[in-house]
Write a protein that binds this ligand. Structure first.
Ligand SMILES: NC(=O)c1ccc[n+]([C@@H]2O[C@H](COP(=O)([O-])OP(=O)(O)OC[C@H]3O[C@@H](n4cnc5c(N)ncnc54)[C@H](O)[C@@H]3O)[C@@H](O)[C@H]2O)c1
Ligand SMILES: O=C(O)C(=O)C[C@@H](O)[C@H](O)[C@H](O)COP(=O)(O)O
Ligand SMILES: [Zn+2]
Length: 367
């Protein structure tokens, strides 16, 4: 059985997020795929090796002119070099303004292919087919696309909403457990930012590994509904969408300090640790009860995600802080953070005192 979540808001065409088993097999049946339409499947080597041939064959079988562009797996592909490679691939396959991109992969592919689709001939259609838990609950929805630069995460990008999202839960069966837990981190974030009951539900599960298919699909749907509501109210992050960035000002800074080395810290792990830090800083500022910080850290740890800065790497407080002030939410070099009054009650704090964040990072295990 499939579940459908509508995403709609001012300024963009509404679309559906379809969640359920067996969706990949029906990909050629979606209305965006038409006989004679050129379709480029953008994927990474791992995902294309698992699912690419089946998708391309299905598209060919209904008369779509399908080609593929494949990049190496991993965060390093969110680069100018791979963006150029994808754009060149779209041209080589003869795509035009009426063509379609299918992003088949995790958040890296969604972000990279999404940006390529936004730029190619000033914007063509894209269907997101997320294959990681993280991409199904978060990155495929909402239209943020981007690449990284050595100066920071997602610094070059565009808003480009998909025409549809197809989240086939069967593909999660081949996902490495570390990646499953990384997706769980963004789900915990969804609870922490505005839905304490959802956080309690995830906390009761503990670890997503071994979760029943139906329960996982329920949780995916709930996360997508939370994200869709926020995006629908504030597509371009003029205000409330920044709540989806809970844990990310710390998390992105850590990722950048590590040179985006996901062997050390995946994006989801950085978000989990970032949420613990955001709650920790909130408590230090007297904004949130210390008992909530303990609970967040406990739930994060029980799901196999990191909670301790010092155990990940030897971070320098000054370096992390410098990255945080270069974050896209910063204004005139002044820090913006997503903080919390309690579990499920996040808010956007502007002009946060950098010295207090430095002290907090030192106390939290930076040097
Ligand atoms: N645009 C947004 O709103 C948004 C939201 C959250 C995260 N992101 C971005 O998403 C990226 C992280 O995405 P991710 O965690 O999906 O990482 P990813 O795309 O790198 O995928 C993780 C790994 O899993 C492999 N993989 C993917 N699907 C698989 C499957 N079904 N079976 C086996 N292996 C599979 C990939 O090849 C890769 O090695 C980050 O760059 C982050 O910034 C964007
Ligand atoms: O969709 C959003 O908005 C988010 O913030 C979701 C995040 O999980 C995601 O990692 C996003 O890419 C971060 O956006 P950025 O603007 O901080 O680069
Ligand atoms: Zn994220």
């Amino acid at each position: 059985m499939s579940r459908i979540v509508g995403v709609s808001g001012e300024g963009f065409r509404p679309y559906e997020v379809v969640i359920g088993p067996g969706l990949l097999a029906g990909i050629a049946g979606i209305s965006e795929v038409r006989p004679g339409r050129s379709v480029a499947v953008v994927s990474d080597e791992t995902v294309f090796g698992l699912y690419g041939a089946g998708v391309v064959e299905a598209l060919d079988a209904v008369g779509a002119r399908a080609g593929s562009v494949v990049v190496p797996a991993g965060e390093a592909s969110k680069s100018f070099g791979q963006l150029e490679h994808v754009l060149d691939g779209l041209m080589a396959h003869g795509l035009d303004r009426s063509s379609l991109v299918i992003a088949l992969g995790g958040g890296v592919i969604g972000d990279l292919a999404g940006l390529a689709a936004a730029l190619f001939m000033r914007g063509i259609d894209i269907v997101q087919v997320p294959t990681t838990l993280l991409a199904q609950v978060d990155s495929s929805v909402g239209g943020k696309t981007a690449i990284d630069t050595p100066r920071g995460k997602n610094l070059v990008g565009a808003f480009h909403q998909p025409r549809r999202v197809l989240a086939d839960t069967d593909v999660l069966k081949t996902l490495p457990l570390r990646q499953l837990r990384s997706g769980w981190a963004e789900m915990l974030k969804h609870g922490l930012l505005g839905d304490a009951a959802y956080f309690d539900q995830l906390a009761a599960v503990g670890d997503p590994v071994g979760m029943a298919d139906d329960a996982l699909a329920d949780a995916i749907e709930r996360s997508v509904r939370i994200k869709a509501a926020v995006v629908g109210a504030d597509e371009k992050e003029a205000g409330a969408r920044a709540l989806l960035n809970l844990g990310h000002t710390f998390g992105h800074a850590l990722e950048a300090e590590l040179g985006f080395d996901e062997d050390v810290l995946t994006h989801g792990e950085a978000v989990a640790l970032g949420c613990v830090l955001a709650f920790g800083f909130s408590a230090r500022e007297g904004l949130c009860p210390p008992s909530d910080v303990e609970r967040v850290a406990d739930v994060v740890a029980r799901s196999g995600l990191p909670t301790d800065l010092a155990s990940v790497a030897g971070f320098k407080a000054e370096g992390v802080l410098a990255r945080m002030t270069e974050d896209k939410k910063a204004e005139g070099g002044r820090l913006t953070l997503v903080l919390a009054r309690a579990i499920g009650e996040a808010f956007v704090a502007r002009d946060v005192d950098a010295g207090r964040v430095r002290d907090f990072l030192n106390e939290a295990g930076a040097s």
